[in-house]
Design a protein around this ligand. Structure first.
Ligand SMILES: O=P(O)(O)OC[C@H]1O[C@H](OP(=O)(O)OP(=O)(O)O)[C@H](O)[C@@H]1O
Ligand SMILES: O=c1cc[nH]c(=O)[nH]1
Ligand SMILES: [Mg+2]
Length: 219
């Protein structure tokens, strides 16, 4: 897997990441969602450099201009719920992308430390030979990303797969790497060292879905 850790190089992206992590600033849910969206825009821009382009000629009022334009059939798939603002950020840049949505949540069967991933809602176009972008802001254990990709398999084999995430734990990235093809790309804004015993990224930012949309009752 090709891992592109975008915050390795200093940029304004650091400001957006610091704000979603900051215990005070993150309480403003509108700002939290907008920051996740802005990070989606930055990661989408970085990812766009690796896509296919073909020559095109544009007529301006004063002449013709040659320019290479994106030539990919993109399907943008995000994992509900925290994936929604990240999805919006990516869609801001990939105007003609088709879209897929899938739900994945942690079901705590016996105790807070043990859970399984339940995939329920799934709406997806044909993926055959398309460029699949699979987006989820938090890559903790990596189980949601892997379970989601499994559930998408009946919809066709993508030509290429790009995973987009905001914060990942190294353990989860290793898990994902062992389940995806070597040619898969991961575009990620920050990588943290640890997971706690509840599967939360440390230092991370807390619960991304709750910060974006409010607390939910445990099922
Ligand atoms: O890598 P994993 O260990 O699978 O964890 C990551 C998942 O956890 C979060 O969703 P959550 O289950 O909190 O649902 P939510 O988006 O509805 O809050 C996040 O958006 C991922 O989907
Ligand atoms: O740290 C984490 C792990 C899973 N989901 C989150 O929202 N945060
Ligand atoms: Mg989720």
């Amino acid at each position: 897997m090709y891992i592109h850790n975008i915050s390795k190089e200093n940029s304004v992206l650091n400001t957006f990441i610091s704000e979603i992590r900051n215990i005070n600033i993150q309480k403003d849910s509108m700002r939290f969602r907008r920051n996740i969206e802005r990070i989606g825009e930055v990661l989408g821009y970085e990812m766009s450099k690796s896509l296919n382009y073909s020559a095109s000629t544009i007529e301006t009022p004063l002449g013709n201009c040659n320019i290479d334009l994106l030539n990919n059939d993109i399907v943008l798939c995000s994992i509900l719920r925290a994936g929604v603002p990240l999805h919006n950020g990516l869609l801001n840049y990939f105007d003609t992308a088709e879209n897929a949505f899938i739900s994945a949540y942690r079901h705590h069967k016996h105790n807070p430390e043990s859970f399984e991933i339940i995939v329920e809602y799934l709406a997806c176009p044909n993926l055959e030979n398309k460029t699949l972008i699979l987006a989820d802001p938090m890559l903790a254990t990596g189980q949601s990303m892997v379970a989601t990709f499994e559930a998408l398999k009946p919809f066709g084999t993508p030509k290429e797969v790009h995973l987009i995430s905001v914060i990942g734990a190294q353990e989860g990235i290793d898990f994902v790497e062992s389940h995806f093809d070597d040619k898969t790309h991961l575009w990620i804004a920050a990588i943290d060292d640890n997971l706690n015993d509840k599967g939360y990224i440390i230092p991370g930012l807390g619960d991304a879905g709750d910060l974006a949309f409010g607390e939910k009752l445990q099922q």
